[in-house]
Ligand binder design. Sequence first.
Ligand SMILES: [Mn+2]
Length: 362
Amino acid sequence: MKMTFRWFGEADDTIELSHIRQVPGVTGIVGALTHIPPGEMWPYDEILAYKRKIEEHGLELEVIESVNIHEDIKLGLETRDGYIENYIKTIKNLGKAGVKVICYNFMPVFDWLRTNLAEKLADGSFAMLYDQELLKNKTPVQIVRDMADGSKGFSLPGWEPERLRELQTVLEQYENVDEEKLFNNLEYFLKAVIPVCKSRGVKMAIHPDDPPWSIFGLPRIVTCKENLERLLGLVDEECNGLTLCSGSLGANPDNDIPHMIRYFGKMGRIHFAHVRNLKIIDEGHFHETSHLSSEGSLDVFEIMKAYHDIGFKGYMRPDHGRMIWGEEGRPGYGLYDRALGIAYINGLWEAIGKMKGNQVGV
Ligand SMILES: [Mn+2]
């Protein structure tokens, strides 16, 4: 397992690379050129400059999260071919710069969604909360406004203004797209990009939908074991793989995360692991927590044990953290709680290995 840390770039992150370097066990950055809108090509020179900045701090850039998919690709519009061409050029440029894994998602219109970005927990920390009941009384436009108001001026990953400016129009376009059509559109995309990935040594790793169910009547397909298996079969190549996000899938208690790790891990299709915990209050109602098993509904020991049992050699990162110790920053992406998450994950990993009589990291 290679431990990494998500970073949004000098212009778009409060956290310094030199501080990330001091988190024990972190070898690499999970990065992105956040200023490039979905659908546009990432220039090689810019990727290289970004990578050099990271390497100056003794860190690697082998994982990108995310190269976002233009809405026209998800909608299956005729214009998708031009955007797919740009995506392929970006894959080639990233591969040339040494990037090994590209995380992306295939969620229509909305990326990850919460109804409160700073819910105060009993210990005085702040975490993100989702309550399906609250969505019933809100329009999509109100939700977008709430997300922007709660973001403290930071850009939120996946919530590009370009994508959301034409919200009403995009929502109407999706009236003709059901789950089957969305699967077809994903297949069309994968059939175009996976051969390029294969020849360039780059792996695609789709991130599950968050939360893993339909919102506002929009189709969502990356939600459960059955659908993950189906999408891997659309193009049955190793480089058509997964970002296994415990928190996203774990919001639905029917998803058995350790089982899914073993199942897809043995197939060699998990390229990137997001580890985090959450507390399910009742159906469709949860908040994020620290990584510690006893603070949430997921057993993080069992999750790490599953990764260890499959001999996971891919990239891992802590996922959203709480805001603690007065830190101000992008919701979910402060330094302190994610660093605590890493220390805990590393502790579990070392203990599991030594209990088995293995070396650390084996
Ligand atoms: Mn995730």
